[in-house]
Design a protein. Structure first.
Length: 185
């Protein structure tokens, strides 16, 4: 098996507990931010070191430091050049807008990581990466919960992603980084 940045892509494994997962809630853009772009929306971190601040400015203390370029975040508010963001775990704070990219990425099943950490699951949970956008399509690989993927496109039900050299389709509801029903081209 190939380990990439602490996350595992399992090839020819059994899907197991990944069926029947709860879907993440859909969020519809409610307003326009200072940038003129819709809020909320997803973006990703440009750098391996991004300070998450308690308020919109360098005078506010750093509450957290993100250390993963490409990590998806949801932009929920804007103030001047600052963006209030939320990560997959629900942590919220402010980052400088120049530290964000419009490149779309997603984390696979991040809510399953919390369940396994609290003693819920003994086997790693994974999602099938399929060769077509269908439940009956052949699995190319199984992607473990917590893996970071690049989004190529989404049709509202399926997303075509790239992860660890694999390209294929995964159900959109199994990703944090794309809203339910959102179309990404």
């Amino acid at each position: 098996m190939d380990r990439v940045l602490g996350a595992v892509v399992l090839v020819s494994a059994v899907l197991g507990a990944a069926s029947g997962l709860a879907a993440q809630p859909a969020a519809e853009p409610q307003s326009l931010g200072a940038s003129g772009l819709a809020l909320p929306r997803f973006a990703s971190l440009k750098s391996d070191r991004v300070n998450l601040r308690q308020g919109p400015g360098t005078d506010y203390p750093t509450a957290w430091i993100f250390r993963r370029a490409g990590l998806p975040v949801e932009i929920v508010k804007e103030f001047d050049s600052w963006r209030q963001v939320r990560d997959a775990e629900g942590t919220t704070g402010w980052v400088l807008g120049s530290m964000l990219s419009g490149r779309r990425t997603a984390v696979v099943l991040p809510w399953e990581l919390k369940a396994s950490q609290s003693g819920g699951a003994s086997q790693p949970v994974s999602a099938a990466l399929r060769d077509d956008d269908s439940d009956t399509a052949r699995p190319l690989a199984y992607v473990e919960a917590g893996v970071l993927a690049s989004i190529i496109s989404c049709d509202g039900r399926w997303c075509r992603i790239s992860v660890s050299g694999f390209r294929g389709y995964i159900e959109q509801v199994k990703l944090w980084g794309a809203y339910q029903g959102e179309v990404i081209r």
